[in-house]
Design a protein around this ligand. Structure first.
Ligand code: 6R9
Length: 654
């Protein structure tokens, strides 16, 4: 099937699914209208989905006014996030599993941690933090594997009002040092080693190096994961496994204001140093919990698995805070999709009878290339809803997910959101919307997307149309500021288009009014005056049977303004020939049109990716522009060596 045919297909939820869903089509329309017509009343009501120590009387107090951006929700309410994720479930579901921990090695036993267990673990960890001198408002860096202690540490910080900042365990010592200094951390919680995909990362050694480089004098709390020997700095380092033996499990949760920061998460922008995105306690938790329940149609008793890492926002909102606030059973997976082989995800789904499964398109494409037998040998009959996040999903991967993984029975929620938004912003709701492969479809409650003409900044009301995606008004999960730099917050998100939140993405609104994310605005190229999403060309390329992955960027072209430069990774065993190059060119021409015809195709056995799996287009653009002397920071790449290979074989040696 050509990608064009796939794009035009639509997938309605079955009537069985719809009748049992939290939200069907009629309810969505009604609730959405209520949420934007009277946000005060709507969120006044839905804010009550979490427990407050002191109820709020003010619901919304937000301004996008230039020079005066200020975002507050439920501002006079008080609560504790850890009490919401743990204590409030003790009476009703103390013996229910809160966290299923699936370790890297499939032969190691999984752990089932009940809400009652979780209460003990979190309280003990919180008391350890207090004994180390951490108190309300202090910053704590977490540099941990995907182990239950990561969740305990997050919730322990929340319990005592400390602000956590998680640094993905794949980041280098330098990146860690920058973040320790960036938020002036008092403590770094780490582990001896992080097992992942059969290999071990020396986290403690990395933390040691980072703290040598950092100006901030932080203490270290180390969790023993593998038990391997580590370097020890007396006076600075503390052994969690020793301290926990005598720590009390009585730690009353601190009363926090709704607007007290819950966490900082550093995220890269298009330029400059990573920004510390700040999320606060009240609005964030309402948003994370409501979206987790409704987007995935989570019901009591379901087993839910988000494959992200807690080092990313997806792990914050959809492994820990959202599901636990809802009293869900959430799977925490330490490993990778392809270890020991490409059936690991599906084996874990079978083993734990997973009902909702949430992953990234890049993982799906990698698995798709390995063949269907890895999926087909597993029993996936418990799956009800499938989700994707992180990048636009190409229709072929969508269809594979739908047919091969979901057996045609599971709605797919393609969730568009960002670190900055705290939780889902646009997604089809599984019981309400007819999905279109690759479309983010509809705004979540309270979200008011607008499409702006990029140059004039005028709102475009008609559709179909295309432009930059902005938000007209605030939602409870919105980030509040950049840590220590409110000016940068205003400049990054509120200055290009005044009185709007600018997401940095382009989007298309189709003839039905449904939204399609076309990728970062800086990924849009202009060929002979035609604007084109690089994702479109990529999607066409990967629709070809020989192509495993593709990344497309623009490069200066004498006649067209910009030419189309394609980096193509072929399927295992496919010969890269001149003939194939010609064939792919013709293929794209016929898939999209002559305008999309690739100018240059470089065979690329590897693409430069961040450790979260995002292709670093900035680097690919530079190489395509033959300007590889100014590649900028490549330290966050999963494998920096692929860059040299790409430079050596670059096509535009002009
Ligand atoms: C949650 C997360 C945010 C950027 C965002 C956009 C891209 C995320 C997407 C998607 C198309 C989706 N993105 N989800 N694009 N469809 N369903 O990924 O946060 O790491 O901050 O990235 O990712 O470009 O602006 P973050």
């Amino acid at each position: 099937m050509s990608s064009d045919d796939v794009t035009k297909q639509v997938f309605a939820p079955s009537s069985d699914f719809t009748s049992g869903a939290h939200v069907d089509a009629a309810k969505y329309e009604k609730m959405y209208a209520a949420s934007v017509n009277d946000p005060e009343a709507f969120w006044g009501e839905h804010g009550k989905r979490i427990d407050w120590m002191k109820p709020y009387s003010i619901v919304k107090n937000t301004s996008y006014a230039p020079g005066n951006v200020s975002i507050k929700w439920f501002e006079d309410g008080t609560l504790n996030v850890s009490a919401n994720c743990v204590d409030r479930h003790l009476e009703t579901r103390g013996d229910q599993t809160a966290i299923i921990f699936e370790p890297d090695e499939p032969t190691d036993e999984a752990q089932h941690i009940t809400y009652r267990d979780l209460h003990g673990h979190v309280s003990r960890m919180a008391n350890i933090l207090k004994d180390l001198g951490v108190s309300k408002g202090d910053r704590v860096i977490l540099y941990l594997p995907m182990i239950p202690e990561a969740a305990y540490a997050m919730l322990a910080c929340a319990r005592i009002g400390a602000i956590h900042s998680i640094v993905f365990a794949g980041f280098s010592p330098d990146a860690l040092a920058a973040r320790v200094d960036g938020c002036d951390a008092k403590l770094v919680i780490t582990a001896d080693f992080a097992p992942r995909g059969g290999r071990k990362t020396a986290l403690k050694a990395n933390a040691d190096l980072a703290l040598e480089h950092a100006e901030t004098k932080a203490q270290v709390l180390m969790v023993r994961r593998t038990g391997d020997e580590v370097n020890w700095v007396d006076g600075r380092d503390h052994d969690y496994n020793e301290l926990v033996k005598t720590a009390s499990d009585d730690c009353p949760p601190e009363e926090m204001n709704a607007e007290d920061p819950l966490f900082i998460l550093y995220t890269s922008g298009s330029t400059g140093q990573p920004k510390g995105v700040v999320h606060c306690s009240g609005g964030y938790l309402v948003w994370a919990s409501m979206t987790q329940e409704i987007t995935f149609d989570y019901h009591d008793g379901d087993i839910y698995w988000c494959t992200a890492d807690v080092g990313w926002v997806t792990g914050h909102s959809y492994i820990v805070y959202g599901p636990l606030a809802n009293g869900a059973t959430t799977v925490m997976f330490e490993g990778t999709p392809t270890y020991p082989d490409a059936s690991r995800f599906w084996q874990v789904c079978e083993k734990h009878k997973v009902n909702q499964f949430y992953t990234a398109p890049t993982a799906l494409r990698a698995l798709m290339g390995q063949g269907n037998e890895f999926v087909e040998k597993c029993d996936l009959s418990d799956l009800k809803v499938l989700g994707t996040v992180g990048e636009p999903i190409n229709p072929e991967a969508w269809t594979w997910y739908h047919e091969v993984v979901g057996k045609g029975n599971c709605p797919i929620v393609d969730t568009w959101w960002q670190t900055e938004t705290g939780g889902h912003m646009m997604t089809p709701l599984p019981g309400a919307h007819t999905a279109k492969p690759g479309a983010a479809m509809k705004p979540f409650f309270g979200v008011q997307p607008v499409v702006l003409e990029p140059t004039s900044g005028e709102e475009i009301h008609e559709y179909p149309t295309e432009g930059v995606l902005c938000m007209k008004d605030s939602w409870p999960g919105q980030m509040r500021t950049v840590w220590g730099d409110h000016e940068r917050f205003e400049k990054t998100y509120f200055s290009d288009y005044k009185n709007y939140y600018f997401a940095g993405d382009g989007c298309r609104r189709d003839e039905d009014g449904d939204y399609w994310i076309t990728g970062r605005v800086d990924d849009v190229i202009n060929v002979s005056g035609h604007r084109m999403g690089t994702a479109e060309v990529e999607s066409a390329l990967v629709a070809h049977e020989t192509v495993a992955e593709a990344a497309v960027v623009g490069y200066p072209h004498d006649i067209k303004g910009q030419g189309i430069y394609c980096y193509v990774t072929l399927m295992n065993g496919v010969e890269p020939t001149e003939e194939l190059r010609k064939e792919l060119r013709t293929w794209v021409r016929t898939e999209i049109g002559p305008i999309a015809s690739p100018d240059l195709i470089q065979w690329s056995p590897g693409l430069p990716k961040t450790r979260s799996g995002k292709i670093m287009r900035r680097i690919l653009r530079k190489i395509a522009e033959n300007d590889y002397g100014a590649l900028g920071d490549t330290s966050t790449l999963a494998d920096p060596s692929v860059v040299d290979e790409l430079i050596d074989n670059r096509m535009n040696k002009a």
